[in-house]
Ligand binder design. Structure first.
Ligand code: ATP
Length: 366
């Protein structure tokens, strides 16, 4: 039966465990043999007990837990062809020629590269006497399927990445907590959230917490934004609000591409309005905790679809990535998804927000 390895790579996100569980169990249901690969690509390069066959019960209790129980890593060795050749050898040792990779765009790009190089590595391993002719004939191709795990919701070609819903929920819970103390003291809070190049978390957090002002990379403020922000906050105070909340994406910039720092915003509010202002950088708490129902559901449906995509594929099928668009689980060419993601990032870099919104309409307020 087909042997399918599953790994998580890059930054962790809530719902990755649910995705691993779904892949393992659906593989078993469909008559395949699943393998857990520990520590991301590092596990592929290290081999040995980092690659273990998985039973139904090995993923018990995965569904509700955050993070990734099989570990993740940034693996330098895998960035080099020599490292990837070792990975190919280790996979062949275990009889695995199909991989499900759950990670961000870097991890998915790496998986696609491995697939393209696979036949050359197999030939070289055979020439070097490391694998037999029989093995070289049997493991001619690698099949890969990508699933997008990322709290930032920064991948084009899917409306929602696995982890984004949980991270947004965590931010909302944190801002709710801040609001009660802020109200008591009539304080202003500058809350910095994750999202290097993508303001999805910040924008949705601002909507969901009724924040007073927002900074995201996709919509850099022009001109005298300090005055505009102060006026906006004064208006909400004079309308009776006891607090002011400003949400800042960590990648926020102004219209000249200068970073907008939380501490600077705090100084503006303190000096111009005299507000008792505090900065809260939420940091890794956003990645923590158990996945929301949305992430569990999304990861489970996508994990099941990943196995179906494997069983449908032929050696000529472009590597697929599983996503969700307009409430439908989708299977699209991975390369196109990555290329589109890069185009969106470039449009944002070029300040062409109209184009960014056209390329990825449901991720922006247009
Ligand atoms: P995040 O969104 O959290 O940054 P990511 O998957 O984009 O997730 P990266 O650090 O870019 O995270 O990639 C994770 C690992 O994937 C790297 O450490 C490396 O081992 C592998 N990888 C990334 N890019 C490539 C590439 N172009 N070729 C081969 N391997 C890669």
């Amino acid at each position: 039966s087909k042997r399918i390895g599953v790994l998580t790579s890059g930054g962790d996100s809530q719902g990755m465990n649910a995705a691993v569980r779904a892949v393992v169990r659906m593989a078993i249901v469909r008559g395949c043999k699943p393998y857990l690969i520990y520590e991301g690509y590092q596990g592929l390069v290290s081999g040995g007990d980092k690659i273990r066959s998985a039973s139904w019960n090995d993923v018990s209790n995965f569904l509700t837990l955050g993070g990734t129980l099989i570990g993740t890593a940034r693996c330098m060795d895998f960035l080099k062809p020599e490292g990837r050749r070792i990975a190919v050898h280790n996979l062949i040792k275990h009889g695995i020629d199909t991989l499900v990779v759950i990670g961000g765009d870097g991890s998915l790009t790496g998986a696609d590269t491995l697939r393209h190089e696979w036949p050359d590595h197999v030939k070289q391993l055979h020439d070097d006497g490391k694998i037999s002719q029989q093995e070289a004939d049997k493991y001619r191709n690698l099949m890969i399927v990508g699933m997008v795990g990322s709290i930032d919701n920064d991948l084009a070609s899917t409306d929602m990445t696995i982890g984004a819903s949980s991270a947004l929920t965590r931010i909302c819970e944190s801002v709710d907590s801040i609001l009660s103390t802020a109200t008591s003291h009539r304080r202003a809070f500058v809350v910095e959230v994750m999202g290097r190049h993508c303001g999805w978390l910040a924008m949705n957090a601002a909507i969901c917490t009724g924040a007073d002002y927002l900074f995201i990379p996709e919509d850099p403020p022009a001109g005298d934004w300090e005055t505009d922000m102060c006026e906006a906050l004064k208006r909400t105070r004079s309308a009776g609000k006891r607090t002011s909340i400003v949400i800042v994406a960590e990648g926020a910039i102004d219209d000249k591409c200068n970073p907008i720092k939380s501490e600077f915003i705090k100084d503006v509010l303190t000096q111009r309005l005299g507000y008792d202002t505090r900065v809260t950088i939420l940091g890794h708490v956003q990645r923590g905790g158990s996945p929301t129902a949305v992430d569990r559901y999304l990861a489970t449906l996508q994990g099941a679809e990943a196995i179906e995509a494997i069983l449908r594929a032929t050696p000529d099928t472009p590597s697929p990535v599983i996503g969700i668009l307009e409430n439908k689980i989708t299977t699209q060419p991975l390369k196109e998804a990555i290329a589109l993601t890069k185009q969106v990032a470039k449009a944002i870099q070029d300040h062409d927000f109209q184009r960014a919104a056209e390329l990825r309409p449901r991720s922006f307020l247009t």
